[in-house]
Design a protein around this ligand. Structure first.
Ligand code: COA
Length: 323
């Protein structure tokens, strides 16, 4: 049994913070941010939460799929910024949308989270255990960021995207290539809550996200082309037969470098990072849902989705659009 995407949705916070707004917070400029990253604005949550955005994105995806929430069998949220340590964001979303028959859990694979979610969902659907899945990427990264650190705070944004996956006799997901390298965990990390148990030092500081930007950059431009090529080779097709390469929206220069290494024209690499920044696990499903909304995807189009992020983690998924 194959797996196809039958509905997409997304949600972004109302407030869009442009680069000039950030220049009022840290020593930076619109020129520097645009030149080094391609980002112009990002949406930041005020009233919105990871759960509320995931719920809105899910409702839209289910509506576009023509599916009722109570028919969802598997509900996965990829996030590193849930509203509660426990329960999972997936359980909160399940309750809000009324997906009361679903098995619900979260996945933590940072910016590769949505691809990891698709990987897991596809395996369950292919094995016949579930007939469908709602896979969501949702993040409020703005709460993990040190807003005095100009090397990270200019990069990230908040938002959520969702996709409904269903079993099909047609072609859908064709091949995947996915990996992790825990040895490099310190390159991009955010410590959890400090331990306040009676044995531990009192009043330990809450830590924010830290990143070695150049290491992440090198990792991305090396690993993404390899996993994209691997997924395409596994399918026995050529890169030229792929219509769009949807890459994790972290940095325009990373995307341009990957396009060059793959020998593919930049027009095949859609971007929304100028408007959304890096929304981690939400980045790929937001981009996919926006393209779907704009009517850019036709039945039979071959798409590659590829992401990379903390862990380190990475992945690529080749699929044929069947909506
Ligand atoms: N505004 C102005 N100057 C800044 C700045 C900012 N927001 N952030 C850093 N700088 C400064 C640095 O302090 C440094 O100054 P110095 O030379 O006086 O020390 C200078 O700019 C160059 O810093 P550097 O880190 O070498 O810049 P860079 O060209 O590597 O760009 C990143 C920095 C973060 C944009 C780039 O490394 C990157 O995009 N890495 C990948 C990050 C990523 O995608 N992470 C998420 C993965 S999921």
């Amino acid at each position: 049994m194959n797996t196809k995407i039958i509905g997409t949705g997304y949600d972004l916070p109302a407030f869009a913070a442009d680069n000039n707004y950030l220049a009022t917070l840290v020593d930076t400029s619109d020129e520097w941010i645009v030149e080094r990253t391609g980002i112009r604005t990002r949406h930041l949550a005020k009233e919105e939460t990871t759960t509320s955005m995931a719920v809105n994105a899910s409702r839209q995806a289910l509506e576009r799929a023509g599916m009722q929430a109570e028919d969802v069998e598997l509900l996965i949220v990829a996030t590193i910024s849930g509203d509660t340590e426990t329960p999972s964001t997936a359980c909160r979303v399940q309750a809000e949308i009324g997906a009361n028959r679903a098995v619900a859990f979260d996945i933590n694979a940072a910016c590769s989270g949505f691809l990891y979610g698709m990987h897991v969902a596809e395996a369950f659907i292919r094995s016949g255990i579930y007939r469908n899945a709602l896979v969501i990427g949702a993040e409020t990264l703005s709460k993990l960021i040190d807003w005095t650190d100009r090397s990270t705070c200019v990069l990230f944004g908040d938002g959520a995207g969702a996709a409904v996956l269903a079993a099909t006799e047609e072609t859908g997901i064709i091949s995947q290539s996915i990996g992790s390298n825990g040895e490099k965990w310190e390159v991009l990390e955010c410590q959890g809550r400090p331990n306040g148990n009676p044995l531990c030092e009192k009043g330990q500081e809450l830590k924010y996200m830290t990143m070695n930007g150049q290491e992440v950059f090198k990792f991305a431009v090396k690993t993404v082309p390899l996993c994209v090529e691997d997924a395409v080779e596994k399918a026995g097709i050529g890169l030229d037969e792929v219509k769009y390469f949807l890459l994790h929206q972290a940095n325009k220069r990373i995307i341009q470098s990957v396009a060059k290494r793959l020998g593919q024209p930049e027009e095949k690499f859609p971007m929304n990072l100028d408007q959304c920044g890096n929304t981690s696990a939400a980045s790929l499903p937001i981009l996919l849902a926006q393209m779907d909304e704009q009517g850019l995807l036709q039945k039979g189009d071959r798409l590659v989705l590829s992401g990379f992020g903390a862990g380190l983690t990475w992945g690529a998924c080749l699929l044929e659009w069947q909506k």
